[in-house]
Design a protein around this ligand. Sequence first.
Ligand code: HEC
Ligand code: HEC
Ligand code: HEC
Length: 462
Amino acid sequence: MKHFLSILWKITGTLIILIGLGFFIARVINVAPSNKLSVQEQVVTIVEEGGCFVCHGGPDFYPNINVPVFGHMIEKKAEKGVRYANAFSVLMHLNNDEAVDESILIKMQKVISERSMPPLSYSIIHWKSAIIKDKQKILLHWLYDHLSTEHDWPVPTKERTFEPIIPVPDSLPANLSKVNLGRILFNDPRLSADSTVSCATCHKLDQGGADNMNFSLGAFAQPGRYSTTTIFNAAFQQFFFWDGRVSSLALQSALMLTDPVIMGNESFEEITDRLEADPDFTSLFTATYTEGFSAENITDALAEYHKVLITPDAPFDQFLKGDGEAISPDAKKGYDLFKKIGCASCHNGVAIGGNSLEYMGLSNKFFPSRDKVQLPDLGRYRVTGLQEDIYKFKVPGLRNVALTYPYFHNSSAPDLETAVKTMAFYQRDKTLTLKEIREVVSFLRTLTGTFEGKLLTGSIGE
Ligand code: HEC
Ligand code: HEC
Ligand code: HEC
């Protein structure tokens, strides 16, 4: 027993000395890179010293650290870290002098401004890794410059704060004759195999751009497999479909049209045959697309129409633009929580989502705790077949979210309160109080915007 205690003392003593020494040496040797280097070089140096790629670069970078206890801890952290933020693409972009994805920049902003990365278990044995104030300044400036020059983000008003959400612009440049054709096609049931459903059947503009059903009925009255997402502000997304299957609106429309359940067509010829039987519409269409109906032209017109399906001027956007009174004090608290808990690490940008693919159940397992895992639950795995993509989904945009219940790909959350509570627990390991849930919900309700000059409304849910 005595022997055991003395060993314990020795270990504790050594640890304390090591930690103390670590802090001391770190202060002396951990300095910001020379400003003679280019900004890019300074950034690369800081992230390399910070070990960011060790834990966020993927399996190829997993650490091989032979320090007892710490080595194992860091390995576990690396396995977890890469699920939270995969920085492999950052490394590639930085090395090739290309733009880094905005979603990862926003995530970085949070941890750099809080100086919460690298974790203590890493910095304690890597003395040059902690983000000291001088390094923080370089990184934040680089982030701001990068977001505004490469991604057109508005320059931050205050030093060190860059709002993770940007207002919807009043309009997008669009070809109006194509928009007009897109609008007609969108409302035309002849696009479906049995001429019963149009795009507008499931994407109702007076119901937030979706239809409030758990699973919509497609051609031949077949029930769908995924909850219908809104078409409003889809134009700002980088990924489409719950599993992020495609990255352009035209391709998105093409897959909707040939989806056996949704529009039920086996080929585009079926569609063009039906449309060509209408001489009036054919001549209207060929006035813009001289070569007539084709898969390419039909989807091009539909994609163009989406450029006017945007909803500017939400109360929250007015708030962002400087009108402090545009949203209630509760909504403001809700927005602060949204940032503090880290909801904005995934839901950001103009669409407040749509620009990244993330795990559902990042912090706590969501699926195995449910009754039965269905095929759509596998998420992006269905597209790539990669093990690491199981349960990964496109982060849905949150604009007009008050109108687009039920929530999640499987419509498993009937209302916003449930969705917020679920997200906080499964994505952030946070159990919110009722008051906090109400505040976040108040904030989410301020995201309802205007369409054709009028505030969007829906049925219940408000
Ligand atoms: C020892 C491994 C390790 C190192 C080194 C490390 N991280 Fe992390 N990182 C993690 C883990 C684990 C998480 C998950 C959250 C947590 O456990 O705190 C995470 C989370 C993150 C997130 C996601 C935050 C969010 O809100 O979802 C970002 C961004 C991030 N790290 C950036 C960095 C940067 C930048 C560096 C380098 C300065 C870095 N990390 C260094 C392990 C690491
Ligand atoms: C039967 C109902 C139904 C019809 C009809 C329908 N959709 Fe959809 N739409 C859905 C569902 C369900 C989703 C989500 C599907 C998924 O992610 O796998 C969706 C998603 C979308 C999205 C959003 C993509 C995203 O990721 O945010 C767009 C844009 C869209 N549809 C456009 C169209 C167009 C254009 C048409 C007509 C050609 C159409 N839809 C017809 C049900 C429908
Ligand atoms: C790790 C990334 C991530 C974080 C963090 C995150 N979300 Fe999500 N969010 C998602 C994904 C992915 C989905 C889609 C999940 C699904 O359908 O199964 C989603 C769905 C939602 C939805 C439903 C939207 C719809 O149209 O169905 C709401 C509301 C939401 N999140 C709010 C929040 C709030 C509030 C927080 C903070 C407490 C948060 N999210 C944190 C990734 C994230």
